[in-house]
Every structure is written in structure tokens, then in C-alpha cells.
Unconditional design. Structure first.
Length: 127
């Protein structure tokens, strides 16, 4: 049961994170740079949630691993866009601190999940 609870916690955590990022994007300046940063960030962050959802419905362990790895890569990209938004001063560093920290934690959780899934695949002789 603990493993299932951890999955639910990650799903809910990512869902809430996506909602926070949507609110952040809505607050970005409407100029070209703000609009483009927001577009890139929204694409990456929503892809995290979508790929986790697809992984949960995967038809094999390798499919699960592939989708979780894609979610991990999108989490890395999300973190990049958040840092660019902070460092370009589109949004204050103070406002960005917690959301960047959350993106790092989600990225790290997904990275650990991918490493575990890959080890299990290799142990069973998969690629």
C-alpha cells in the first residue's frame, strides 16, 4: 500500500505544481519575452503531468520507464525555464524561490524513479 500512496502523492504533487505554474504564467508580462517564456514553461510543465499519467497506464515496464524518463526530462526543462524567468527578472526572486525549489524536488523524485525502473528492467534482462 505504501508504494501506491507514494504514487498518489507524486501525482497530486505534480498536479498542484502545474496549477501553481499556470498562475505564475498568467502573471508574466504580456510583452513578447514574457509571452514566449510562459509558452515554453507551460508546454514543459504540462508535459510532466501528462507523461506521468501515460506511464501509469503503460502497457509494459519499458513503456513505464520511457514515459517516466520523458517526465524527468520535462521536469529538467521546467526548472530551466523557471530559473530563466527568475534571472531575467520577469518575476521577483522571492516569488520564484518556492516554485523553483518544488521543481527541483519533483525533478529529483522523477530522476530517482527512472533510475529504479531502469535497474529493475536491467535485472529482468530488458533494455
Amino acid at each position: 500500500m505504501e508504494n501506491r500512496e507514494q504514487k498518489i502523492d507524486l501525482d497530486e504533487r505534480v498536479y498542484e505544481f502545474v496549477l501553481r505554474v499556470i498562475k505564475l504564467v498568467r502573471s508574466l508580462p504580456r510583452e513578447t519575452v514574457g509571452r514566449e517564456m510562459g509558452r515554453q514553461l507551460l508546454r514543459a510543465v504540462t508535459s510532466i503531468a501528462a507523461n506521468i499519467e501515460e506511464a501509469r497506464g503503460g502497457f509494459s515496464k519499458s513503456d513505464f520507464t520511457f514515459k517516466m524518463n520523458t517526465a524527468f526530462k520535462e521536469a529538467r526543462e521546467t526548472n530551466l525555464w523557471l530559473r530563466i524567468i527568475r534571472d531575467s527578472k520577469l518575476v521577483s526572486s522571492t516569488r520564484m524561490a518556492n516554485i523553483i525549489r518544488e521543481s527541483e524536488e519533483i525533478r529529483n523524485i522523477l530522476g530517482a524513479s527512472v533510475r529504479t525502473a531502469k535497474r529493475k528492467l536491467e535485472a529482468k534482462g530488458g533494455k
